[in-house]
Ligand binder design. Sequence first.
Ligand code: UGA
Length: 445
Amino acid sequence: MKVTIFGTGYVGLVTAGCLAHKNHEVLCYDTDNDRIKKLDNGLVPIFEPGLDNIIAEGIGSGKLLFTSSPQEALRSLDIIILCVGTPDKGSGETSLIAIESCAKTISDISSQSVPVLIKSTVPVGTSVKIQYLINKGLKERKLDIKIPVASNPEFLHEGVAISEFYNPDRIILGTKDQEVIKATIKLYEGLMPESQEILVMSPESSELTKYASNSFLATKISYMNQLSQFCSLVGANIDDVRKGMGPDPDIAPGYLYAGCGFGGSCLPKDINSLIYQAGEKGRDLSILKAVREVNENQKKYLFSIAASLFSNEFKDKKVAIWGLSFKPETDDMRGAPSLTIIKKLLDSGAKVECYDPVVSQDREKFNIQNESLRLGTDPYEVVRDADCLIICTEWNEFKNINYKKLGSLMNRKTILDGRNILFPKEAALNNFEYFDIGRTSINQR
Ligand code: UGA
């Protein structure tokens, strides 16, 4: 199929690369001319394992092209996929500027019937709204063509997005239009879930499924995080509790890992948006407000342990941070717990040195300016003379910690493990003070 993708962000590029790999002819359109030029030269602006390769492969085979010309993007095609950003306006309300501008471009320029799939995460009712805008534009041009709009949310996880695109656990399509269903089946041929079925439902249900899924995952995490603090006080181990809960198929093992809080561009934004959407209809999604509040507190939990260890006196203290991204295998720091912890430390007067396997390689990504903050390129260099090491991301390289080297460099041998990646006994054997998330006991603070 000839596929045009609007938006060359994370979802757009993964979708484009994977569809080109499956022999579709993919044209990526973006209004950002510089970005398009870079992509044309094979320069991929985001870090996602395997993405560089499939983009290079697509460019090499001629199956993947880039353009900033809307006329070219809409010249001759079988399907359009919208993957533009839908950021939070700040209040939880989702900005639809980019997606509405896609609708305008499509209705102003298109001259043929073609289905549109919305992959961007959009509030309930957006597909219908975009359909209305496109129909209105076409009517003004007195064009008798059909551009049906459907919702087709993505469920990819950053870090493993490409393998998940090839093996989805479900494909959801919000439409009643038979032509769109047919086109979508053709698009995903060879990329179907195990059931070999596309789940077809109303656009509203499809849009809400996306928010409901991410909010549910966030709820599981906040539940475990809140329990983990209780575990530390009563001698229980959250990891054992997790192992005990997970085998129950009604619970499922995923998203039961306690940590220093969830981050990313999706979970925090989507719970905010769903709370806002419900609020607009006079409904209080209090359960998600609690999830959000627990998460905000959890992001401060490790700082509170450090504060109690140093009796709230951070003036002459240096704290090392390992891991900046919101999770491993990505350079994405949006909503990352590391940012909350760093801010609290700097506000308290501590010196902070950070290391991250990917972010440290690309200083431009790390734009916090503070004279007490340094970004290092070696994990052991940043712990020199530190009074405490805080692990914020579970990168593999942190799991093979060299206690001897670490101990010889640190001023005070203290580790706060925000992702439960080390073994408490091993840390104790190496004479480290060690605190984690709900596995080791702490005295009531
Ligand atoms: C999330 C969803 O999980 C995907 O299903 C969805 O498609 C995606 O958003 C999206 O909307 O695009 P992602 O943002 O890549 O995916 O991040 P996750 O892997 O879900 O992790 C989110 C945060 O939760 C991370 O900070 C992670 O460390 C934390 N987490 C995850 C936990 O603290 N405990 C867990 O058990 C799992």
